[in-house]
Write a protein that binds this ligand. Structure first.
Ligand SMILES: *Cc1c(COP(=O)(O)O)cnc(C)c1O
Length: 361
């Protein structure tokens, strides 16, 4: 069977070269005579795999030894609790920029453990834009400003230029746009990303944090939710998700071999432009997002007619375009075009959208 074009928001498509390499190494990885799934996490074969993955991610993000990369479990959702538990005492403050459902969830969770406040929310316009960040409105003694750099559901993103202008420490959820364009990563105290959007399979969450932030967790913090636990043991306190880390490492290697984040950005901007330009000139499809705040990774669109949207998703699927249905909370359509989606895939989607428009206008 031919592979479909998979526009899923996550878990999402992986580079074919990565899948082929993994297939080749399935029965015998690096002369070990076994698959990575069967290796002891304490074996030198495996330790080397994890170390290499860590170093490649660190290099791609341009981070020095002030930072450490952790591979954790529990998804992005667990970070919503780990961040306040580890970085804030009960009476300490952080402000949250609520640009969508994920940031809102992170805020709701943090509220249970510390003094957090919503700096601004774009819920007034259904999260279709990114609010301007007014520095004076950030509380003076905050430990950090929390942001979500790409809103997977609503299709918005906080641009690198916006991040560069902020002068307080930043904690960022980069689950759906890590390694997709160049941010000055040293502006962040901590970033995290569930792997299943842009860097690997679900089951592992990458955290990049300033090392000196660990060691101050609240007393109630469970051992497994304490960054210090994982920092001290190099993400091997307990059995790590070895296979997921291995695949994520192969994806990082793939990004590196393809020109790094700079080249990913170039490709992603070309892909996003193709589809946004088409939508902006279309008489059938619309994108509700403020143009400057549009995501490069998740392109949302509607026809304005629910039945026609459903028909589009159905016909697209029959032609091999999978997972174009929008998030269940907002409906419509969404094309997730992460690093692994080739330009040709987007070109074919736009071609199909043209045909659909002609047939249904
Ligand atoms: C998917 C997603 C999450 C949730 O991740 P899980 O790994 O499912 O917990 C959090 N934040 C963003 C931006 C996401 O896209």
């Amino acid at each position: 069977m031919n592979r479909v074009l998979n526009f899923s928001a996550g878990p999402s498509m992986l580079p074919v070269e990565v899948l082929e390499k993994a297939a080749k190494e399935m029965l015998n990885c690096n002369g070990s005579g076994m698959s990575v799934m069967e290796m002891s996490h304490r074996s030198s074969s495996y330790e080397q795999i994890q170390e290499e993955a860590k170093n490649t991610f660190k290099e791609l993000m341009g981070l020095d030894d002030e930072y450490e990369i952790l591979f954790l479990q529990g998804g992005g959702h667990t970070q919503f609790a780990m961040i306040p538990l580890n970085l804030l005492a009960e009476n300490e403050k952080a402000d949250y920029l609520v640009t969508g459902s994920w940031a809102k969830k992170a805020y709701e969770e943090a509220k249970r453990y510390a003094d957090v406040k919503v700096l601004a929310s774009s819920s007034d316009k259904n999260f279709s834009y990114i609010q301007e960040i007014v520095e004076d409105e950030i509380r003076k003694d905050v430990k950090f400003l929390y942001v979500c750099t790409n809103n997977t559901i609503y299709g918005t993103r906080i641009r690198p230029e916006t991040i560069e202008k902020i002068n307080v420490p930043i904690v960022a959820d980069m689950s759906s746009n890590i390694l997709s364009e160049e941010y000055d990563m040293k502006k962040f105290d901590l970033i995290f990303a569930g792997a299943q959007k842009n860097i690997g399979p679900s089951g592992v969450t990458l955290v990049a944090m300033k090392k000196n932030l660990a060691g101050n967790a609240q007393a109630i913090t469970p051992t497994m939710l304490n960054y210090q636990t994982h920092l001290e043991k190099d993400s091997m306190y307990n059995t790590p998700p070895c296979y997921n880390i291995y695949i994520s490492g192969l994806v990082a290697q793939w990004v590196k071999e393809n020109g790094g984040v700079k080249e990913m950005e170039k490709r992603n901007k070309e892909k996003a432009k193709l589809i946004y330009d088409f939508i902006d000139n279309s008489k059938l499809f619309q994108n509700p997002i403020e143009p400057k705040d549009r995501s490069l990774m998740n392109v949302v669109f509607v026809t304005g007619n629910k039945d026609l949207d459903a028909q589009f998703v159905k016909e697209a699927k029959a032609k091999g375009f999978e997972n174009l249905k929008g998030h269940r909370s907002i409906g419509g359509m969404r094309a997730s075009i992460y690093n692994a989606m080739p330009k040709e895939g987007v070109e074919r989607l736009v071609e199909f959208m043209k045909e659909f428009e002609i047939a249904n206008r």
